[in-house]
Design a protein around this ligand. Structure first.
Ligand code: ARG
Length: 426
């Protein structure tokens, strides 16, 4: 086997020295990479492996099967944690308040999930007496940064290993290793699958033809959202109610955040909403293309942003856009634990205290459009604003005076420039 043995000269202080790896907490998904890792770590380090599988609401997982597979491959302990509520309350709620997207519409579901997965790894590693955390990220992505930055920040006493980054096995070699070591491989191993990551807030696909920028999406990549051309011919209007910045009702029915996001995703999926074909600047230097399916975010973020703009003043709205972007970038860049992020959250909470009301969205064949708005806190009142000419706070007769002062500097600069060019022309 051409797998490289563990490197004994770590580059970073948080990387494990192989001689000191005795009990490893492995972030285990049940897929090929982490199953090969489970065997490979036991063999290469002569270490015990404890497996942790985290449920962040990725659809279609059978956790009993994953756990049985881990035990079969020699894990000394297995933990499956349902972290959906914690993910929704501690990570997605602040993301909603920050209208969090990166680039041209990536709502950061992976970037938000990784710090929680790594935080849970730290908690379970400590609980089960592990000295090292192992993850299945490659050396080319952002996820290694998010996970290792979290472990290094929260648990300086723990070390990490990233076998997929260092062992230099390609997919073919991994499959050969799996066959040799009795690791079950599901599906036809002949076709390289897309690289998928998903949770409550969305799903990404990478690899195969997606890397060819001239290749339009093949139909089989859409496993979550109905392709818009197959979506119902009838539009659907859905209302989302918010209290203090968080969605609390869906079509008038009150529910917890996890249920609401699952419900919103189901409606969005049916109408082909939330497909994003994205070229992305990774923090590790590469540009990549991802196909995202983000039905829940497409509904909830559209509604939240609309309501927030309705209750905010022009000054708050302009200022917050910049902070939203900063927040999204910190999270994308793996700096969830950076104090600046929580500083910004304090502002997000202050603004969102007013974000209460209801937004109606019309969904039709891949499109989502705001059609109704209501809020007790809307900085909008036709009577108050005096549009009816009957007086009120807004005085049309004050407008000319305002315009004179508002345009004063522009007018002066214009005059000066004209004079300058006339003088120069003489
Ligand atoms: N490009 C996105 C990001 O960097 C999604 C990454 C998906 N991760 C994965 N292991 N497939 O956040």
């Amino acid at each position: 086997m051409s797998a490289r043995p563990p490197q004994s000269q770590p580059t970073a202080s948080y990387e494990a020295d192989p001689a000191e790896v005795h009990r490893v907490l492995l972030l285990y998904s049940g897929g090929l990479d982490t199953s090969v890792m489970l065997k490979w770590i036991q063999d290469s380090y002569d270490a015990e492996v404890v497996c942790l599988t985290v449920n962040l609401g990725q659809p279609g997982e059978d956790y009993e099967v994953i756990e049985a597979k881990a035990r079969q491959l020699g894990a000394v302990e297995c933990q499956v944690v349902d972290a959906r509520e914690r993910f929704a309350d501690d990570f997605l709620a602040p993301a909603i308040k920050a209208n969090a997207v990166y680039g041209n519409g990536y709502p950061l579901f992976t970037a938000l999930g990784r710090p929680l997965i790594a935080q849970l790894a730290v908690e379970y590693a400590r609980q089960s007496g592990c000295d090292t955390i192992a993850h299945g990220c490659t050396g080319k992505g952002n996820d290694q940064v998010r996970i290792e930055a979290t472990v290094a920040t929260l648990a300086p006493e723990l070390r990490t290993i990233a076998p997929v980054r260092s062992w230099q096995m390609g997919r073919e070699e991994e499959i050969a290793y799996a066959r040799e070591h009795g690791i079950p491989i599901k599906g036809g191993a002949e076709v390289t699958p897309y690289s998928i990551d998903d949770n409550l807030w969305g799903r990404s696909s990478e690899g195969r033809w997606i890397e060819d920028l001239s290749h339009a999406p093949d139909d089989d990549v859409f496993q979550l959202v109905t392709r818009p051309e197959l979506a119902p011919d009838e539009a659907q209007v859905v209302t989302i109610g918010f209290e203090a910045g968080l969605p609390v009702t869906l079509d008038g029915e009150r529910m917890g955040l996890v249920d609401l996001l699952e419900g919103a995703a189901a409606i969005g999926c049916r109408h082909g909403v939330g497909i994003v074909d994205h070229i992305e600047d990774r923090i590790v230097g590469l540009k990549v293309r991802d196909i995202y399916e983000v039905p829940a975010a497409a509904l909830v973020l559209t509604a939240h942003e609309e309501l927030e703009r309705l209750v905010g003043t022009i000054h708050q709205n302009q200022f917050k856009t910049g902070l939203d972007q900063k927040w999204g970038y910190l999270v994308y860049a793996g700096l969830w634990w950076e104090p600046l992020r929580t500083d910004i959250d304090a502002y997000m909470d202050a603004v969102n205290a007013q974000v209460t009301g209801e937004i109606g969205l019309r969904l039709y064949k891949g499109g989502v459009r705001v059609v109704t708005r209501s809020s007790p806190n809307a900085v909008y009142d036709a009577d108050l604003a005096g549009f009816s000419q009957s007086g009120g706070l807004f005085s049309q007769s004050a407008s000319p005076g305002f315009i004179e002062l508002w345009s004063l500097q522009s007018k002066m600069a214009h005059m000066l420039r004209q004079r300058g060019s006339e003088d120069g022309g003489e």
